[in-house]
Design a protein around this ligand. Structure first.
Ligand code: TPP
Ligand code: SF4
Ligand code: MG
Length: 301
């Protein structure tokens, strides 16, 4: 019998119904749709203040067919800890607890509650969807904003510090599973969440989600921009399971073929990089190359 195309193997149930309040072209709901398909109906989500709060909307007009708790900005992981404890105490071990937070709510504001939960081995999935700034409040810089980007808090001189390597911080917690994923590769997102669902303990995802509103590119280009991040190895798709590192999807194909693109086209497509000086672009490319080489080595290439 012929194998079914991957798209026909995803569950048909939708947990995000039409009519969300995200901007046109937002990268977040593309991935979120597949995350929820992988996790299924017995999922409870802790959402701090961020664009996903806007996506979830206000009761009774929410487009979400998923159980949600809205919490304060720094508390996604501590709220999830309470949910996990409550479900365990009431014998509902078949539920999945997930926290869905932005980069501001993770790299900066939520790091203490996330680090505490990971150190305790809280049984939950934490997703940091990364649009590389505090978007919900009007594009302020976060420690996930790349060097050379303009934000409303770095309007004249673009951001001078490089992006924080948050995966390294999370790996240092010794958690059983952590992975990167991109909204431009929903199949890879789906597979990784399906796997994470069946692992116990703290599982962490760094999910790249392009944002036309804060990156200043046309709304139709979201999937293209996300693919360019991966094709240039600026954002690498991988997973670390019980300490074992593995490249996945498009990044694995690039490792095999050696066909890695430069970052220039990706940078030039976005208004946020219009003031990036040539020397910063050269340094940026250099940093991407060095990190890719290190990951290739780690993956055994
Ligand atoms: C303690 C606190 N400080 C500031 C805010 C205002 N605030 C709400 S959402 C947000 C930005 C969140 O950024 P991020 O976590 O990156 O998510 P995004 O909006 O980009 O999706 C801010 C600053 C708040 N709700 N609580
Ligand atoms: S500001 Fe960006 S991340 Fe937020 S809803 Fe709009 S496109 Fe999505
Ligand atoms: Mg953000």
């Amino acid at each position: 019998m012929e194998a079914q195309p991957a798209i026909l193997q995803y569950p048909e149930t939708e947990y995000i119904l039409p009519g969300t309040r995200t901007c046109a072209g937002c990268g977040v709901p593309i991935a979120y749709r597949f995350i929820l398909k992988a996790l299924g109906p017995k999922t409870i989500i802790s959402v701090p203040a961020c664009c996903v709060t806007i996506l979830h909307g206000i009761y009774p007009k929410s487009p979400m067919a998923a159980t949600t708790v809205n919490t304060t900005f720094a508390s996604a992981a501590s709220t999830a800890t309470g949910l996990a404890a409550g479900l365990k105490a009431t014998g509902r071990d078949d539920w999945t607890v997930m926290a869905m937070a932005g980069d501001g709510g993770t790299f900066d504001m939520g790091i203490q509650s996330l680090s505490g939960a990971a150190e305790r081995g809280t049984d939950f999935i934490y997703v940091c969807y990364d649009n590389e700034a505090y978007m919900n409040t009007g594009v302020q810089r976060s420690s996930a904003t790349p060097e050379g980007a303009i934000t409303t808090t770095t309007p004249v001189i673009p951001k001078e510090q490089p992006k924080k390597d948050f995966m390294q911080i999370m790996e240092a917690h010794g958690i059983p599973y952590l992975a990167t994923a991109s909204s431009s590769y929903p199949g890879d997102v789906y597979e990784k969440f399906l796997k994470a669902k069946n692992i116990h303990g703290t599982r962490f995802f760094h999910l790249s989600a392009p944002c036309p509103t804060g990156w200043y590119y046309p709304t139709k280009d979201t999937v293209k921009i996300g693919r360019m991040m991966v094709e240039s190895c600026l954002f690498v798709l991988y997973e670390i399971e019980d300490g074992q590192f593995r490249l996945t999807g498009k990044s694995l194909s690039i490792a095999k073929s050696g066909r890695k693109k430069p970052v220039d086209d990706y940078i030039r497509m976005q208004g946020r990089f219009k003031k990036m000086p040539p020397e910063v672009l050269a340094r940026f490319q250099n940093a991407v190359d060095e990190k890719w080489e290190a990951l290739l080595k780690r993956a055994g290439f």
